[in-house]
Design a protein around this ligand. Structure first.
Ligand SMILES: Cc1ncc(COP(=O)(O)O)c(C=O)c1O
Length: 412
């Protein structure tokens, strides 16, 4: 009889063997590492959980500032608040809808613990420049790539460029029917510390080597596991993710070519060397060109059968025919929660005693974000992806042309 593994003997389930129960999750994580070039990946229950894990891994906590954007989905700042830290908002670049590096530089303080840029609509944020900025200040970049799996910068897939990258699988370029997400990193310490935020102690003990992390496994995580069924479906998506994104890019390029000469509409811009995942195809509307508001134009477009939304202003809902907006939208700094600054009922985390300079969120603080929110309109991933092809894109172009031909009827 061989010696017990507990006392240094060979393991009964040895190297290269595993119970099949662990296969699905493992293969998605291994697949992600292979696909992106990242060293470590952890599948979790959502993109939000991936962001919260990343921020926890970076040691973000009470009194810390995290530099991010207000031009995003609520989960970005939600993950910061869940770690009891305060979001400080940098403005965006009007062409890519992603963090303006110079504004970020102006807003860094000794309290800034991390930079959290968003690859909004699928266009990567300027991660190399932000990594350089973070390095100057000895802080980390946690990238919200929830809308941008499959995107690239200079031929490198997102997932291994920032210190840690968060993905979401809920209706995104890589899709899992039950949602889910993952965080990816090349940094073993971040990988292990991230487990503490969401993972069950047994998962942590199975993966972590750092005694400090193992010791804190008793914290108990929040059970942010990705379902094995979802992981099985997601691995299938991963296999042809590039083919679907590339087909979507071709459709979007067709749209851009056809829309480029229509006065009042600015199609999306793609920065040189950047690969856009086109989770959304976002144009700018110029209300003054025809004296017609963006909302009126979107109403007309929806009536023609083209699903178009003002994502940031309407939290994704106003123009969906069957539902109402969940709240007055717009860039996050203008929303009620940031105006009131009283999330936990005692002013925390915004006004808690650990916060050196409590942030004030005012209209006019982020002029580009505020203007873009008034002008943007977006077509969404399902309508841009296979099986939709050039013929479908032409239907969209025809619908827009029809509205422009009849634009005088829309004047209010
Ligand atoms: C920019 C951004 N960040 C984070 C998330 C959160 O992802 P999940 O819905 O999987 O929690 C989303 C989801 O839509 C998102 O769009």
């Amino acid at each position: 009889m061989s010696k017990l593994a507990l006392f240094g003997g060979p393991k009964a389930i040895g190297d290269g063997q595993q119970l099949k129960s662990s296969w699905n999750q493992k293969s998605m994580e291994e697949g992600l590492c292979e696909y992106t070039g990242a060293k470590y990946a952890k599948c979790v229950s959502s993109g939000t959980a991936a962001l919260a894990s990343g921020l926890f891994a970076a040691g973000v906590g009470p009194g810390d500032e995290v530099l991010t954007v207000a031009y995003t989905w609520v989960a970005t700042s939600g993950a910061i608040l869940r770690n009891n830290a305060v979001p400080i908002f940098a403005d965006i670049d009007p062409q890519t809808f992603t963090m303006d590096v110079e504004d970020a530089r102006r807003k860094i303080t000794p309290q800034t613990k991390a930079i959290l840029p968003v690859d909004f609509y699928g266009h990567p944020a300027p991660i190399p420049e932000l990594m350089a900025l973070a390095e100057e200040h000895g802080i980390v970049v946690i990238e919200d790539a929830c809308q941008a799996a499959t995107a690239e910068i200079n031929g490198v897939k997102l997932g291994s460029i920032a210190h840690l990258t968060a993905f979401s699988w809920s209706g995104k370029p890589i899709y899992a029917p039950e949602g889910g997400g993952a965080y990816l990193t090349n940094d073993r310490e971040l990988f292990e510390r991230g487990l503490l935020a969401g993972q069950h102690p047994t998962v942590i003990q199975g993966l972590a080597t750092d005694p400090e992390v193992v010791k804190h496994a008793s914290m108990g995580g929040t059970g942010d596991r990705m379902s094995p069924v979802g992981a099985t479906a997601a691995i299938q998506q991963l296999l042809d993710a590039d083919a679907r994104t590339n087909a979507r890019i071709r459709n979007c390029e067709y749209l851009t070519e056809k829309l480029a000469d229509i006065p009042g509409i600015t199609p999306p811009y793609v920065r040189s060397g950047y690969k856009h995942a086109y989770h959304y195809y976002t144009c700018l509307w110029a209300p003054d060109e025809y004296g017609v508001s963006r909302d009126r134009f979107c109403q007309a477009l929806n009536a023609e059968g083209v699903y178009a939304i003002a994502y940031v202003m309407d939290a994704n809902y106003r123009f969906a025919p069957e539902s109402e907006p969940i709240q007055a939208g717009g860039p996050l700094h203008l929303r009620t929660m940031f105006q009131e600054r009283n999330l936990y009922g005692k002013g925390c985390p915004f006004l808690c005693p650990h916060v050196k300079n409590p942030p004030v969120y005012r209209e006019g603080d982020l002029p580009v974000s505020e203007e873009m929110a008034r002008r943007e309109f977006c077509l969404s991933q399902p309508d841009l992806s296979p099986p939709c092809d050039e013929n479908d894109m032409q239907l969209v172009v025809d619908a827009i042309a029809k509205i422009i031909d009849n634009i005088d009827e829309l004047k209010e």
